[in-house]
Design a protein around this ligand. Sequence first.
Ligand code: URA
Ligand code: SF4
Length: 216
Amino acid sequence: MSADEKINQLAKEVSTCAKCVLNESRKKSVPGDGPADAEIMFIGEGPGFHENEQGHPFVGASGKFLDQLLAQAGVTREDVFIANVVKCRPPGNRDPLPDELAACDTYLEAQIEAINPSIIVTLGRFSMNKFFPGAKISTVHGQMQKVGERFVIPMFHPAAALHQAALKPSILGDFSKLPEQLQQARAALGKPVVVGKAKNKEEAIPDDTPKQLNLF
Ligand code: URA
Ligand code: SF4
């Protein structure tokens, strides 16, 4: 099965999943969006009101802010894969519970395996805790660390920065470092490093190399 087929298959499974109690109150499951060959994968917390209505991640207020942050990093939604630690909305936007996180993690793991991103950016503490249990986000945010075959960068959740103005410069600063960190990750993983600013993807990517983001 290709990565694309695997991602579609997982989305199908998620749409009928009843492995945790969140299935009872969901309207639409939100498996995640983006290309199956994305170099950068973002992992948020879980669907909110609008995501539950539409079936897509980050389509509400924090999604608007995420779009600005992506622009800060020189990327668009079409370049990246965006998922969550739980695929169904916790009622009233409560925190996901440990058994819900555990039940849904098999889907997230399968997505990571299929996409095989160079960089995972965790948004907020639940996805950070998956990779760095017990870490303090105020200390480690923006710092890229190798985890197995890839790199993980913990960042604040966009919603947290929307509600606490003091976090906004931090999250903007962290996103602006992403292009440079991607180059570092590519070099460390033995993937082609794109040099020079290209106007479009075709210019940056010779036909016979894997897809690269248009960051420089
Ligand atoms: N917040 C999240 O963590 N994920 C979404 O998809 C939307 C808001
Ligand atoms: Fe299944 Fe995840 Fe939805 Fe729970 S949150 S029902 S594990 S898809």
